[in-house]
Ligand binder design. Structure first.
Ligand SMILES: [Zn+2]
Ligand SMILES: [Zn+2]
Length: 119
């Protein structure tokens, strides 16, 4: 079974209207402008728990999610925040040492195992 979220195939297609959602910089899931600020602290908590469960050598530095950008009226500026969060999220991707494809840190392990068994 091919798991679409295991690679970077869900880059926003160029020239197409983006959905009015903001990617979580930690897990990459998309959220509405209202739910993103609720989700991020929860996601960070989960990230900390998972990271602490890893052996010392595999632990990652804690991500620092950026703050949503607000418009003058105090609403979340979806477009600007989308871009900012997406770029922040991309920086979290880790390249596979064998094929150089990039993966989310929590998926790299699984990929490297299958990547090695193929070569
Ligand atoms: Zn998340
Ligand atoms: Zn690989």
């Amino acid at each position: 079974m091919h798991d679409k979220t295991s690679d970077t195939a869900f880059f926003f297609p160029k020239g197409e209207a983006r959905p009015p959602t903001i990617p979580c910089t930690i897990c990459g899931r998309q959220f509405g402008s209202k739910s993103i600020s609720i989700h991020i602290p929860q996601c960070l908590e989960k990230w900390r728990r998972e990271n602490e469960a890893l052996p010392q050598s595999l632990r990652q530095p804690e991500p620092k999610p950026p703050e949503p950008i607000l418009t003058e009226s105090g609403e979340v500026d979806v477009e600007a925040t989308q871009e900012l969060f997406w770029q922040a999220h991309l920086q979290q991707l880790v390249p596979c040492p064998h094929c150089s494809r990039t993966f989310f840190p929590d998926r790299l392990d699984k990929h490297v195992t299958s990547c090695l068994s193929k070569s």
